[in-house]
Every structure is written in C-alpha cells, then in structure tokens.
Design a protein around this ligand. Sequence first.
Ligand code: HEC
Length: 168
Amino acid sequence: MRRRAIMVCVVLVFAVVFGAAHANSQEVLKYISSPDSAGNIFRVASGICPQKRNTRSAPTRYLKKKNPLPGSPENIQEGKLLYYKDAKPTACGLCHGLKGNGNGRLARGLNPPPRNFTCAELMDSISDGQMFWIIKNGSKGTAMPVHKGTLSDKKIWQLIRFIRQFAN
Ligand code: HEC
C-alpha cells in the first residue's frame, strides 16, 4: 500500500516537472531567435501583441479609404488563395505565417518582423486604406514587398478582406 502511494507520488512529480518543461519550451518557441549579422540574438515577431510598429503612414487620401468590396465568401476565398499561394512575388503566408501571426517560414531574422495579423489591438488601429497603400507600394527599408505590378486593386482589397479575418 505504502509502495503504491510512493509510486503515485513519483508519477505525479514527473508529470508536473515534465509538463512545466514542455510549457516552457512552447513559450521559447514563440520567439525563435537567430543571430543577426553581428552575431546578436534577437527575437522574431511570432505572436507578439501589440508589436512595435514604425511603418510609414499612407497619404491622407488613402488612409480614409474603406474596402469597396463586401466581405462575401467569394472575396474572402479569393484573398485566401492569394495569401497562401498565388500572390507574386512571394505568397504572403510565407512571411506573415499560416496562422497570420507573423511567424512564417521566411520571417526568421527579419527586422522589422512581419505584421502579426492576429493582434486585434494593433490591427484595429490600421485602416483599410493604410493596408492597401503598403501592400501596393511595399514598406521601404523592410522586407514587405511592392505589389504594384503583380496585384490588381481588386486583388489587394480581397486580400485585406481575408487578412481581417485573422483578428476576428
Ligand atoms: C518577404 C516577407 C513578406 C512578404 C512575402 C509579405 N510581407 Fe507583408 N510585411 C512584411 C514585413 C517585414 C512587414 C512589416 C513592415 C513594417 O514594419 O513597416 C509587413 C507588413 C505588412 C502589413 C502591415 C502594414 C502596416 O501599415 O502596418 C500588411 C497589411 C502586409 N504586410 C500585407 C502583406 C500581404 C497582403 C502580402 C502578400 C501579398 C505580404 N504582406 C507579403 C513582410 C512580408
């Protein structure tokens, strides 16, 4: 009887220690670190909310623009295809992440990091027109590419309809 009680205790202690270690490694994984050119370790976006944001502001006439396309299933579906696969030069998801949290395959080491679209706190402060302008013209001095020559206005608005879903 006593032996059994000891066994139960041992198992419980293991469960707690292992569980804590596991939770901890998950926490660390959220901030995949990689050395920069100077050998310093720095953090990558992944899920940080709200992110520090120094993105240039769009001209006023853009800032006020509202998405002219309805959030219909068709528009969201088109945006989704572009996001994951069809957008040129690079599918958005490769940087912004399959879950939209800024932790895509190519995000590692990018400084500034890709926007975390799941962060409602920050995304609510970014207007449709601001997003449109950055997607079209890129964000100078960052990895965010120019899409002027590869995406029609309609496709950009569809992408915005899709991107907004991540913070819902
Ligand atoms: C090569 C990586 C990369 C790809 C591909 C990429 N982005 Fe980005 N994106 C970034 C980075 C980095 C930022 C942050 C720029 C900054 O801080 O100014 C960003 C920022 C943004 C923002 C935030 C603008 C703002 O005002 O805060 C939007 C919206 C956006 N990207 C949409 C897209 C869409 C849509 C696509 C695909 C058509 C895409 N991105 C493809 C790296 C990428």
